[in-house]
Design a protein. Structure first.
Lengths: 480, 353
């Protein structure tokens, strides 16, 4: 085939394909998916696959996406992380005499939700103590918009201390004691201990100071000022505030919420595109190429060789794929890589195409131009690659596209069963975690719906392209 | 290729597949049995030591002698259990167990039972109840819709069938099941989220209505995901038949359209459709492997899920073997029916296609 012919036939093909609306839509979706897959490190972070197998410290677990607030009556606080740039440093190493040094910083939090953050975490205070037996002291106070002030915590500070406000018993005590002055004594009667141990500390801190603050806290909106003061008592103690991190653990998170490990599901969704596309396309292309080579060879060889190759084909075709894959997956459990899965899917995927390719090749073989070529002295290779293959290739493209969905679905199914590549970020694996953590029964829709939609979208993309290609390239179907 | 030869080849094929699966299962079996036995051998040696304080005192004084004694004891037991034989010999010995469905016991009881064979025997009827029911509904809807669509090819209905088929074939069935639970069980609270009966099971007639009630969501899921594909395939087969000359002849003859479709066309299209029916009905015994797990339905599919989650390799082998065997039987039956119904297979014209 000369280049000009290729150009010509491509032009014809595009002219026909343009009229397939579904196909065009499929191409559009494919472009979108490929873009997402390529841009994954830039859309999210480049080290997601490494981080994916770990717990994401500091992130809230099992919370819905931020935009969920548009659909609920109770607005839920978003996740926020404050660093050095967001803090107002008011004292850094001020000498109070007697060897005591004073550090202080404050930060504002504008509470505009109905439910405040789940927790307030202060960590990474760069403390270096000269004498480990005399720890530094930390005092955390909050100034509320109504003028009230609560001293939340006064505690020791050692190197590596992490303060999780909502989880600390002393904070719970302090907040309870402060709030009980506003509460109606009738509400507290005989229930002090129960209320103290069950109240949501954060909700009380951010509640209106009125009767009911402990049993049914109502949100008090406005600017809250948190002041953190640190005192050191030994000469040589050093406090570095640069690395400080303050996390307001949200009740909502990011675009897609989080799962039980606090992982950002949006990141998983974006990165999952890669695996799905790579597995789908690789399996489809490889199995079609192998199938066609097998079918054409079988047809060309003819006789008992053809018969034998046909029997082998039938044998592979009658192996029920999923049970065998499950068995193999269980045998290699934990050592399965993406390439293993691709290899296994190709191993079972080439048979149907081989059968069709063989029957097409049988027809082409009898054409007069093949006979002419043979008469002119053309060798086997030349006839197969110059005359038979070009006729079959258009068909092959359609089959490739139509083969992607089943590969994508099978990979997702295996991952869903927990048999996929444990180190890869895949949609099936996200759904596996959702299933083992009863996400459906608990109503964690943000964890269940998006990955499945994504799987379906990839499958649909290739179904659309495949059907359109089939209509254009197989004129027989056009009249249907 | 005559009918007899055709059948013989298909049968041989099925036997080969069965042999392959048996081998695979047996290899896995041997591996698991080896691990189990080794840990039990260690246990036995420890038991022996504990039961005999005198020996323990003697041995603990001299670590070298202890090592020697331990090694000899270990070797003796390894030999007694036949673990010293080469791997392949043991695999072949296991093959017999596999073929006679002796899969042993599970580590923890499943469905109140530890014998793998009994567990599977309990699971199959439940799968039949769920999946075969769903499959029958799918076939009925699919056939009716497909024939109708073929009748009015190119119409809105026909296009709708194609679009539905495309959409539903892209959806993982198990995921759709999860969505169904999310909507109808969690959000609306209309149906239970899983299981086959309420706990504790109801008595008398209510027991049966309770099962029906639990079947609604899974059956609905399976039907929704599968009926489009069936309708589309039926439509394609029918359209192929409707373009044959004998249909034109029948129409020219003045045969009423209804009779042309249901009498002539459907009859000619019957072989592939009936084969498909047999295949999917018998294939349904294996269950929708993953979907059953999602709905916690105590059938074959659920066993796969349990076996994988709880590392019950013996159960996994049993379930896989039975599933594959059922699949092969249905394949042969479908082949038989096809060969019987389609005269071209008998005469041998199929070789040209």
């Amino acid at each position: 085939m000369r280049w000009i012919d290729v150009k010509e036939s491509l032009k014809d093909f595009w002219f026909e394909f343009k009229r397939q609306k579904g196909g065009l839509f499929g191409i559009f979706l494919l472009a979108l998916l490929v873009f997402t897959a390529l841009a994954a490190p830039y859309i999210t972070e480049p080290d997601i696959p490494k981080k994916w197998t770990t717990y994401w410290e500091g992130n809230p677990t099992n919370v819905p996406p931020v935009w969920y607030n548009y659909f609920t009556t109770k607005k839920l606080a978003a996740h926020e992380v404050l660093t050095y740039e967001n803090l107002k440093i008011t004292a850094e190493g001020q000498d109070l005499g007697g060897g005591v040094k004073y550090y202080a910083f404050e930060f504002d939090y504008n509470h505009k939700y109905d439910l405040p953050p789940k927790d307030l975490i202060i960590k990474n205070i760069g403390a270096q103590l000269a004498d480990l037996n005399t720890p530094a002291q930390i005092v955390i106070t909050v100034y509320r918009p109504d003028g009230n002030k609560i001293e939340l915590l006064s505690a020791d500070l050692v190197e590596g201390s992490i303060y999780q406000i909502a989880k600390m018993g002393t904070v719970r005590n302090n907040v309870f004691n402060w709030a009980s002055q506003f509460e109606d004594p009738k509400n507290l009667q005989g229930r002090v201990e129960t209320i103290k141990s069950t109240m949501d500390v954060m909700e009380v801190i951010f509640a209106k100071a009125e009767p009911g603050i402990l049993i049914n806290p109502q949100p008090l909106h406005g600017d809250y000022k948190f002041v953190v003061e640190i005192f050191t008592f030994t000469k040589g103690d050093k406090i570095d505030l640069k690395p400080v991190q303050i996390i307001l653990t949200g009740r909502t998170y990011g675009f897609m919420g989080t799962d039980y490990k606090g992982r950002d599901l949006w990141a998983g969704l974006v990165w999952g595109t890669r695996v799905s596309l790579v597995v789908g396309v690789a399996v489809a292309v490889l199995s079609v190429l192998i199938g066609i080579a097998y079918g054409v060879t079988s047809a060309y060889l003819g006789g008992w060789k053809d018969e034998f190759m046909q029997r082998v084909n039938e044998f592979v075709a009658s192996i029920p794929t999923l049970p065998i894959l499950i068995l193999l997956g269980a045998a290699f459990k934990g050592h399965v890589t993406l390439w293993t899965i691709i290899f296994l899917l190709v191993m079972f995927g080439w048979t149907g195409i081989a059968k069709v390719a063989r029957s097409m090749a049988l027809q082409i073989k009898e054409q007069t131009y093949v006979e002419a070529a043979r008469a002119l002295g053309a060798g086997t290779g030349r006839i197969i690659f110059k005359h038979i293959m070009p006729q079959i290739m258009p068909y092959a493209f359609a089959v490739m596209a139509l083969n992607v969905p089943s590969a994508v679905l099978t990979e997702a199914s295996l991952s869903f069963l927990g048999l996929g590549d444990p180190t890869a970020v895949t949609w099936g694996q996200i759904l596996h975690d959702a299933q083992t953590n009863s996400a459906t029964i608990n109503g964690y829709w943000w964890w269940v719906i998006p990955p499945g939609l994504a799987i379906s979208l990839v499958a649909l993309t290739f179904v659309l392209i495949g059907v359109a290609l089939d209509r254009v390239l197989n004129p027989r179907l056009k009249r249907l | 290729m005559g009918y007899g030869r055709y059948l013989a080849i298909r049968l041989l094929n099925a036997l080969l597949v069965l042999a392959l699966v048996t081998l695979l299962v047996s290899v896995l079996f041997t591996k698991v049995a080896e691990e189990d036995l080794k840990s039990s051998i260690q246990e036995q040696i420890n038991m022996k030591l504990r039961a005999n304080p005198e020996l323990m005192k003697q041995l603990s004084a001299d670590p070298e002698r202890f090592q020697q004694w331990y090694q000899s004891e270990y070797n003796r037991l390894i030999k007694a259990y036949g673990l010293d034989k080469p791997f392949w010999v043991r695999v072949l010995e296991r093959t017999k167990d596999t073929l006679t469905l002796k899969f042993g016991n599970t580590k923890t009881p499943i469905f109140g039972e530890t014998n793998v064979k009994k567990i599977i025997a309990a699971a199959i009827p439940r799968t039949v109840l769920l999946f075969t029911t769903a499959q029958i509904i799918v076939i009925l809807i699919g056939l009716l819709l497909g024939v109708k669509a073929a009748q009015v090819a190119g119409s809105a209905l026909d296009r709708a069938v194609s679009i539905i088929a495309m959409l539903t074939s892209s959806i993982p069935m198990w995921w759709f099941g999860m969505i169904a639970i999310l909507i109808f069980s969690f959000k609306l609270g209309w149906f239970p989220s899983g299981g086959m009966t309420s706990t504790p099971p109801k008595e008398g007639f209510a027991y049966y209505t309770d099962i029906l009630y639990h079947m609604v969501l899974p059956v609905g899921t399976i039907v929704f995901v599968l009926f489009g594909g069936w309708a589309w395939t039926t439509r394609n087969i029918m359209i192929g038949t409707m373009q044959e000359d004998f249909i034109m002849a029948a129409r020219a003859k003045g045969v009423p359209e209804r009779k042309v479709i249901y009498g002539h066309a459907l009859r000619a299209a019957a072989p592939p459709i009936i084969t498909m029916t047999i295949f999917s009905l018998l294939g349904s015994l294996g269950g929708a492997i993953i979907t059953e797990g999602v709905f916690n339905w105590p059938g074959m599919g659920r066993l796969y899920w349990t076996a994988l989650q709880q590392n019950e390799t013996r159960l996994l082998m049993g379930v896989t073997f039975v599933t594959v065997a059922l699949y092969l039987i249905s394949m042969i039956l479908a082949d038989l029916a096809y060969g019987y119904l389609d005269p071209r297979v008998k005469v041998g014209a199929s070789q040209q296609t």
